[in-house]
Design a protein around this ligand. Sequence first.
Ligand SMILES: Cc1cc2nc3c(=O)[nH]c(=O)nc-3n(C[C@H](O)[C@H](O)[C@H](O)COP(=O)(O)OP(=O)(O)OC[C@H]3O[C@@H](n4cnc5c(N)ncnc54)[C@H](O)[C@@H]3O)c2cc1C
Length: 399
Amino acid sequence: MPTATTATPRTAAPRIAVVGAGPGGLTCARVLQRYGLPVTVFDRDGSPDARTQGGTLDMQADSGQAALRAAGLLERFLELSRPEGQQMRLLGRDAALLFDLVPEPEEAYKPEIDRGLLRGLLLDSLAPGTVHWGHHLTAVVPLGDGTHRLCFANGATSTADLVIGADGAWSRVRALLSDAVPAYTGVTFVEAWLDDADTRHPELSALVGEGTMMALADSKGLLAQRNGNRRIRLHIGLRADRSRFEHLDLADARAVRAALVREFAGWDPVLLRLITDNDGRFVDRPLFALPVPHTWTTTPGVTLLGDAAHLMSPFSGMGANLAMLDAADLAGRIATEDTLDTAVRAYEATMLPRAAEAAEGAAEGLAGAFSPDSTAHTLQHLAAFAEALRPGEAGVAAR
Ligand SMILES: Cc1cc2nc3c(=O)[nH]c(=O)nc-3n(C[C@H](O)[C@H](O)[C@H](O)COP(=O)(O)OP(=O)(O)OC[C@H]3O[C@@H](n4cnc5c(N)ncnc54)[C@H](O)[C@@H]3O)c2cc1C
């Protein structure tokens, strides 16, 4: 397998630093190591278990699963994933079931996996010591010859021939390439959970099903997603100025429930029980996105992948999938191009237009889902998805 060199080779193997041990950064490190290339990953978390990973991610066939294949981890992923989690439901504000796509036994268009399990799968595949935990990047200093010095809050420094910013929405590395900062999309999710849902919340558990359930109307929505261990994550979505939440103390569950029930006045009582009966703890999750398209001029010694490059609303359903696809593409280019510069240039030439297209779709998806027409818009979108999946059978899913 060919090995990459820098434009002006100075070391036998390039010093590659990945900032961020999310799905993107870890996939990049894994694929590089499969090509026999050394890599170091730095993450601000003190350890892999420093914070709960929360939530579930779908892995789509032509992006997340393609990256897992490049990482040599697809089979293990399929063993760990929940194919039943592919189910997609849409309800009206009167709780009428408008769409219900139940996966066929052999279908693997987007099996779900808990974030913690995915992180564990990727981490276990890396050479010991690859990830340097407790390294919060505070600055990246260009040294003038295409190399960079990374400075961390713990006082450590490291010099790299290539810095890969996989450091998420509020990336520090991004400032080397672009002035863009994420902007509030106008939609806020309030997160809560239903624990042990089958036993403690059987009616709501049946309402949600095995995958994702959305009730979208009047520019607002109740979105529920089955996770592992029979837990359900709930997002109560509102189109709202940030100032609307300033006075709300999220620790005061009674006040939060009362305020949210007022927002959803007129919705079916069973849907309102998602607000009144959940187990909390309420978490504020405003949705931010980078401008579309977000682009930059290729610069020696540094690039971005995943949310650092193209943060978009979760209505793309693509964030982690694209991060991992970026990662596999970039690692493959580094391994096969003659120099790091040509590898980064070739990677960005593919990644930037792909990300712009997805981000445009995500912005349109969010605007449609949180519009006065949200039910019809989402139904149309889901029907198109079902038609592409099972041509001629989309009516099976629409009720
Ligand atoms: C509510 C919600 C639901 C979503 N659902 C889905 C879904 O179903 N499917 C999907 O594909 N995507 C989904 N996404 C998007 C997905 O979560 C992200 O796109 C994905 O996690 C991006 O991966 P990443 O590796 O680029 O960054 P991240 O996962 O954000 O990882 C970044 C890493 O960098 C580290 N880091 C950050 N700053 C520093 C620093 N200064 N120094 C050192 N380390 C640092 C962090 O600790 C973290 O480990 C969802 C997002 C939201 C908000």
